[in-house]
Structure formats: C-alpha cells, structure tokens
Design a protein around this ligand. Sequence first.
Ligand code: 5GP
Ligand code: ZN
Length: 114
Amino acid sequence: MADCVFCKIIEGSIPSSKVYEDDSILAFKDINPAAPVHVLVVPKTHTESLEALNEENMDIVKKIHSAIQEVARIMKINEAGYRVIVNCGKNGGQTVPHLHYHVLGGAKFDEKII
Ligand code: 5GP
Ligand code: ZN
C-alpha cells in the first residue's frame, strides 16, 4: 500500500535493521525499542490489522508464528522467554495500520496486564 510505512520498509524505500526474512515475512528491529530486544514481525502482503484476517489470508498466521520462533532463536531469547503483543485498532493502541507482532525480550517483564 502506497503510504504504509511498513510496506515501504518491505519494498526497501525506508531502511530497517532486518532480523529475518522469507518469501512472505519480514522481521526488523523496532525504531523505538521498548525492551532490549524488540523486533516487529510483519506479513509482506499489506494486511491492515488482526481484524482484516479471514479464511483467505489466515495461512499467514502460521507463518508469522513460525517466524517468531526463528526470530527468538536468532536474537537468543528463545530459552529465557519473550513476550508477543499485537495491538489491534484504536482501542488496542495500533499506530501503524499494517498487521505486526511485537516480539519483546532480553529482560524479565514485571508489569503484567493479564
Ligand atoms: P503499534 O503501536 O502500531 O502497535 O506499533 C508500531 C511500532 O512501529 C512502534 O513500536 C514504532 O516504534 C514502530 N515504528 C514506527 N515507524 C517505524 C519505522 O519507520 N521503522 C521501524 N523500524 N519501526 C517503526
Ligand atoms: Zn502495509
């Protein structure tokens, strides 16, 4: 999508610090990290949010989760553990309208929302 910041990162017109890439997924470091390790995992096909997932495009969820495991291994947080967050829509605090999973690690998170 033309004015989507994550689509621009995927096509390479905005630089990013890439962590993992395959045919359908890109993972890159968050520009404003909220933890020692903070990686965003996104589908290469523009998908607005978790609410835009449906029977036709839901296969990407399996690929995203597999990529998250790979990112955790690459960043060496797989054994200690990590947190995965998906903000969805206005009340969820989503600021970039391209589906993304935050992978946070490298520290123990003491605050618990749930
Ligand atoms: P959201 O608030 O939508 O769940 O998360 C959006 C995330 O994207 C934020 O954590 C923000 O720091 C990150 N972000 C926004 N613009 C860019 C960018 O141009 N490059 C990178 N690497 N991260 C970005
Ligand atoms: Zn996009």
